[in-house]
Every structure is written in structure tokens, then in C-alpha cells.
Design a protein around this ligand. Sequence first.
Ligand SMILES: [Ca+2]
Ligand SMILES: [Ca+2]
Ligand SMILES: [Ca+2]
Ligand SMILES: [Ca+2]
Length: 489
Amino acid sequence: MSVIGGTLLRSGQHKKPSCKRYALAAAFVMSFGLASEIGAAGPVVVSNGNDSGEGSLRAALKAAAQPGASGHVLVATDGDISVKSTLTYEGQAPLAIYGSGQSIKTEVNTTLLEVSKGADLTVNNLNFRGPGGFSVKNRGDKSGKAGKGIFVKLRGDQTGIVNVTLEGVALSGIAYHGIHISDCDRGDACGAGSGGEGNGSPASITVRLTNVSISEVGTGKFDADGIRVDERGAGDIIFNSRNSSFSRVGADGVELDEGQDGDVIASVVNNTFVENGGYCDPKVLEQFLPKDHKGEFKDQKFSESDVPAKVEGSPDDACFERDVELYDSGFVKEYEIELDLDDGIDIDEAGNGDLRTLMVGSTIRGNLDEGLDFSEEDGGELDVSVWRSTAQGNTDDGFRAREDGPGSVKILLHDVQARENGRKGATFRQRDQGDINVVVDRTMTGKNGDGKKTGIVVEQAGAGTGTLTLRNSKISDGIDAENVKVVEE
Ligand SMILES: [Ca+2]
Ligand SMILES: [Ca+2]
Ligand SMILES: [Ca+2]
Ligand SMILES: [Ca+2]
């Protein structure tokens, strides 16, 4: 993290390094200062798998929150821990829970672990298992709230950085988000970063995932992700995921939503994103789409009142996206009602700040919307590097990154494959002021969409230059360069 994050940060224009330096220093202390951190208070030991009472994890979390406690919890049970209600840590000091592969599980649709006052959280070698069996036909939000796996909620007045560090953790069978980190005063009503709602604290959020598996979560509620970070107010999202997998999640495998001031800096190394985004199951819901669910019209021909109404009475009406675009005259230009399916990894950065990501050695396959979908808005740059990675068989585009507002776009694809995706292999767009420079090296695309200029799309849709440089690459389904100069080297 430190090398990659540092490199990316140095290339940025934004100068808020004081808190980031603190983050690196904190990581150093966590790696090398554990023994002294445990200190005189010592860890709290969980000695049985009971829901409550002496020796239980619930009692340990309460003890760990007391003033002067070490904040370290050792799960030393022989077997799993079963709970009927949420385990809550109400302390503000860092909490670290170490296990040896046990599961914290519940048969009840409830959040498993909640860190309610913005404490740093470390979880090592523990699994989180919900009741499972959720789908759009068996929702988890019909009678009460859908449960999450791990929920970390920041305080409104929080400053500095909140660190969430998970290693050797698996989550499954959960109705809502697998992991939810929320710096947003609207809670679950925050929406996406672009056009998202709510305000947040000045604090930043750092997430480190190593050997984390998130599977079959988010299948009991609309827009429920494998991991979801909602960052509002000032502050950045630093996301670092290694050797981790996100599969069969109801909405996005990973969704990072950053609004207002602050950057998103992400590094994604040796990850897989497979078959995510299918909560709004077409097999169940397509029959509820109106017969004429889309149309395009000349001006003065089609009035807004003739657009089919919002879908009602389906298993989950939130699944139906209804977009209507009007001419200045007020007549309809086009409309579309479609199912809202989701992506492998989705990052939305809005307000001032950059979106900078590095993906290495990753596979993005069979996701129900885009494989990778990045969006940078307002002030700030979009900088995406993808190395040694594959996007295959995703329903929409394999890779998509778009930038709006003042700021430029820099993309590097190196040793990348994009094939058999429903629309485009890879598509990149720059809007408003700014240049777009895309370098494609040792990359292959094929059989994307209808095969007509669907391999790589680069669009300069604003004021600025556009260049697509190709080296040692085979784009067999063609290039669509709009206001962009194509250079083959
Ligand atoms: Ca914040
Ligand atoms: Ca921002
Ligand atoms: Ca921005
Ligand atoms: Ca721009």
C-alpha cells in the first residue's frame, strides 16, 4: 500500500498529505508495535461461543470499550459463535478482533457486527455468516431492516482517518451490504457519490482487505453491495484490496462513493469479481417491464405523459430504472425503463478531488452490468492503470471510465484482455475542459458487442486534446475514436 499509494499520491495535484502521512505512520505502528500496544491491559479473551454472558464475544466487546482497555479481543473458542442480535462495539478507541478461522453466524436477518462510534477496526481470521437464502423473491427488507455483515459508522465530528483492516475474512449469506463503512449523515439513504445525498465528517476512510472473500451477500435488498464505502464531507477514500474475491453479490462487488472534497485512491491487486449485480433478476422481473419500455422520438412527436408509468406491483419496484430525456420544447427525446443491474467494481468520485486507481492481476467476469465502472466528476483528474487483468463476459462494458468537469483523463492498459462483453471491451470519455490520453499496450480485445468498433472506445467530448496510443496490441473488434488522434507505435 505505502509504495503504490505513495506513488499515486505524488502524481496528484492535491496537497493534503498531512493526514496521509499519519495513515502510513499508523500502519507502521500496527504492523510493528502490536506487543507494546497490547500493553498492561492485555487482550480480552473470548472463551465460548455463547450469544452473551461471561466469556462471550458480546461481553468481550463491552469490556474492550471500557476506558483503559487494550481494544484487543482474542477469539479462542473451539467452534463458531452464534448470535441472535447485533454485536456492537461502542468504543471510540481502535478495536482488533483476532480469530483462528471461526465463524460468527446468525440465523436471524440482523447486522452481525456494528462499530457504532467510528473506531478503527481490525478483524483477522474470522468469518461472518448470515442466514442466507435471500433473493428478490425472498427479500430481507420486507419485515424490518436487512442485516449487514460488518457496519462501521463514523461520528459526525470525526477527524483524521478511520482504518478498517480485514485479513483472512469471509462473508456470506447476508441480505444487505457485506461490509458498510458510512461517513454520511443520511445513513442508508445516502445514494451514490455522483448526485449522492448527505453530509459527512472531515475524516477520511482507509480500507485494507487481504485474503477477503465476499460471496452471496447483498442478495436480499436493492443496491446492496459486497463492500460499500460512503464518504462525505472533506476526506478521502483510500482502498487497498489484495488477494480478495467478490462473487455473486446482489449489487456491486465493490462500491466506493466519495462526495464533496477529497480523492479516491484505490489499488486492487490479484482480485476477482465474478457474477455480481444480479439482485434485480431478469428471469423474475422482465415480465413486469411495460411492452414499449424504450423509445426515441423526433421533436414535437411524443409527450411526456405518454411515457409508461413507473412499474408497480413487482417483487421489488426499486429495480426498475426509468430515464426520460426531453427536448427544450418539453417533448420526449427518448425514454427507457430497464432493470437496474450492477457491476464488478464501481467507483464514483464527485466534488473536488481525483479518482486514481491501479488494478493489477485481476479478473472481472460475468458481472450483470459493467465489469469495472469508474466515474470522476467536478474538479479533479481521472487516472486509471490496469495491468495484467481480464474483463470477460460482462453484460455491458468490460472496462468503463468517465470524467466530467475541469480535469483530464489518463488511462493505461498494459497486458489487458477484454472479450465477449455485451457492449464494449473498454470505453473512456472526457467531458468539459481537459485532455484525454489513453495508452494501450500488449492488449487484446475481441467479440465485444456486435464487433463493430466495440473493442476500444475513446471519446473527447469536451475542450481538449485526445490521443489513443496503441503498442503491440490486437483490437480485433475495432476502435471507435471520437475527436481523438490514434497513434500506432
Ligand atoms: Ca469525510
Ligand atoms: Ca471528491
Ligand atoms: Ca472530482
Ligand atoms: Ca474534464
